[in-house]
Design a protein around this ligand. Structure first.
Ligand code: ASP
Length: 358
């Protein structure tokens, strides 16, 4: 009994010594966020994209245009409501992306494009600007909402990126319900693949780049979705989710799950989500480059986004766009294609929705 009491006293002493330090760490962290909160009081915002490419008014029916606008508005309002009620930027980003993943209009989740073999392989990533934590999944085939799995990789694993079967085993362990791959079938995406396969038969594929170099083929990738948000605590987050590019082969992985290319967030600068020709976005490290230009060169978000999207990416031969929000709530929706599905909502609830260049 005496031994047990002595042990208890010792444990209490150790815990007692440890606690004040932990509490003071917590106090200083919450002090910091309170200061930020005061500085950024009510200054929150959210910006989304639903893919960039040759999106032309003359090719769009009124009803399809209305459907895109309605879904963009539905999605951004979900995230805006979360931010308005004091929710985190990460929650706003993932819940907003869920709405677009569940819509067949976009190339993410339901509506993902088809691989050369007629399957769907999905990629997604998230990044938290407060901690610089990140999570990503690549080449998953049975995850209904890949952005949720990317978040779980960030929160529940010691890793940043999981791929293929391993990512799905992790998902099962974490209680995700897997869907049958047929869930991702949509007739219009399947027909896009058939058209490309026909075209490939008639036009000899000269090298392994030509399948994407053909504008018709390249432009059937539209609809990757992404979101960047600033919450009331001054924290930034970004996320991106995609089916990749139609007719992709060999377990090709694009920029969307690559931290720094498709997604990046840093409370010191901005949060970015990319959409476009992934091979070029990886090589240009688009999302991180925008942040780095702000951090190291002092450029504004708008200047940095222009530099990367209008100069660096096209100089390499690539195309696409980004949406981004900075630590002060400024927003960039920059693209070098004919159009980009996009929307922005600020803390006053003002909503901007765009599809074409003007
Ligand atoms: N960036 C995506 C990829 O290359 C495609 C897209 O954004 O449209 O996989």
């Amino acid at each position: 009994m005496t031994k047990i009491l002595t042990l208890f006293a010792l444990i209490s002493l150790v815990l007692g010594c440890e606690n004040p330090q932990k509490t003071s760490e917590k106090t200083s962290k919450s002090d910091q966020s309170e200061i930020k909160n005061a500085e950024n009081a009510e200054n929150f915002g959210i910006v989304i994209h639903g893919g960039a490419g040759t999106i032309l008014k003359e090719n769009m029916s009124d009803s399809l245009e209305a459907a895109y606008k309605a879904k963009l508005e539905e999605a951004i309002r979900v995230g805006h409501e979360i931010l308005k009620n004091g929710g985190t930027a990460m929650e706003a980003v993932t819940k907003t992306i869920n709405v677009m993943e569940d819509s067949p209009l976009f190339n993410a989740g339901k509506g993902a494009v088809f691989t050369h073999e007629g399957t769907n392989e999905l990629d997604a990533s998230v990044m938290d600007g407060a901690t610089l934590n990140a999570g990503a999944v690549a080449g998953v085939t049975r995850i209904k909402n890949p952005i949720d799995l990317a978040l779980s990789v960030m929160n529940d694993s010691p890793h940043v990126m999981l791929s293929g079967k391993g990512a799905e085993t992790f998902a099962i362990e974490k209680g995700f319900q897997l869907v049958d791959p047929s869930y991702f079938f949509t007739e219009s995406r399947f027909q896009s693949l058939q058209r490309i396969l026909e075209k490939e038969k008639t036009e000899a594929v000269k090298d392994n780049k030509s399948a994407f170099a053909d504008p018709f083929i390249k432009d059937s990738k539209f609809g990757t979705v992404g979101c960047a948000a600033l919450d009331k605590n001054g924290n930034l987050a970004a996320g991106t989710s995609t089916g990749g590019m139609t007719n992709k082969r060999w377990n090709r992985i694009g920029d969307a799950p690559i931290i720094g290319a498709g997604t990046y967030a840093n409370n010191a600068t901005c949060a970015v989500s990319s959409t476009g020709w992934g091979e070029f976005f990886i090589r240009a490290m688009v999302a991180h480059d925008i942040s780095a230009l702000m951090e190291y060169k002092g450029l504004s978000l708008q200047e940095a986004a222009k530099e990367v999207i209008q100069k660096k990416v096209p100089a390499l031969g690539g195309d696409g766009g980004i949406v981004s929000i900075d630590k002060d709530g400024n927003v960039a929706m920059e693209f070098n294609t004919a159009g980009m599905y996009r929307a922005h909502m600020n803390s006053d609830g003002e909503l901007i929705i765009g599809i074409y260049k003007d």
